[in-house]
Design a protein around this ligand. Structure first.
Ligand SMILES: [Zn+2]
Length: 261
């Protein structure tokens, strides 16, 4: 990357990171609702469970002035996927967090899964996944070099540079968020096993802000379903999500401070 391009990248990157430095606006998205019940197994209904957890996360975020929180639904009602995305875009939310519960044909399947969408073209995705396997935290320069930045710089087009940086910022932030979530889960010995996965779910593919989709557990696993139905466990999940958001915000604020140094 040439020097001018580097300077532009640093300036825009600082701006992108600095923007949400006030209150971080979280769009919390309890999946399904109304006629769309999501997965149902015995007394466990996905739409109800994720709404309960979302309301608990909302209560924690509302007590903290570092956050602003909006829910895509407050009741048991159907909201279309495009409407959820539109809500987040119109509110200019900083993060989109979608909550779901899993179901599998094998009732032994258990644990929490965090999904993020990288939006990279397939050839870049393999590179990205490879670096993921090596537990590397990519810095913006490395990400730039794997996401076609040098191609764009030939165009010398400011709009393309901004779009490129926005895409990198979204990817890095989504990755940071999922990593923060797994480390919160990993720090608790009694917590369910947590994994990071990638899938093109609509809400995390279409939103332009960093996003994560959390599958809070398997309703098809009798032991996990029983636990998910208790308010203690719902509170525990909410507390973990809140802790991860808090730690994510701290990391972002530190990053901003360093970039502007
Ligand atoms: Zn779902």
């Amino acid at each position: 990357m040439n020097f001018l391009r580097f300077k532009q990248a640093v300036a825009v990157s600082a701006l992108l990171w600095a923007l949400p430095a006030s209150a971080l606006h979280i769009m919390l998205d309890p999946g399904h609702g109304g006629v769309d019940t999501g997965a149902v197994h015995g007394p466990a209904k996905e739409a109800d469970l994720v709404l309960k957890v979302a309301q608990r996360v909302k209560a924690l975020l509302e007590k903290d002035t570092q956050f602003k929180v909006t829910l895509t639904r407050h009741h048991d009602k159907n909201v279309t996927l495009p409407a959820r995305v539109k809500m987040a875009e119109e509110a200019k939310a900083d993060l989109f967090v979608s909550l779901h519960a899993n179901a599998a044909s094998d009732q032994r399947a258990k644990g929490v899964e965090f999904f993020f969408q990288n939006n990279l073209p397939p050839d870049e995705e393999s590179l990205f996944l490879a670096s993921q396997e090596n537990q590397m935290i990519l810095n913006s320069k490395e990400l730039h070099s794997i996401s076609g930045g040098d191609e764009l710089s030939k165009k010398g087009d400011v709009a393309a540079i901004v779009e490129d940086l926005h895409r990198q910022n979204r990817l890095m932030s989504s990755l940071r968020l999922t990593q923060t979530l797994t480390s919160v889960w990993g720090a608790d010995q009694n917590a369910a096993h947590a994994t990071i996965k990638q899938a093109p779910f609509y809400v995390i593919s279409k939103t332009t802000m960093p996003s994560v989709l959390i599958e809070i557990g398997f309703l098809t696993n009798p032991k996990e379903a029983k636990r998910l139905l208790t308010s203690d466990y719902q509170n525990d999940l909410a507390q973990k999500i809140y802790s991860a958001l808090l730690s994510y915000k701290e990391k972002m604020d530190n990053h901003t401070a360093k970039t502007l140094d």
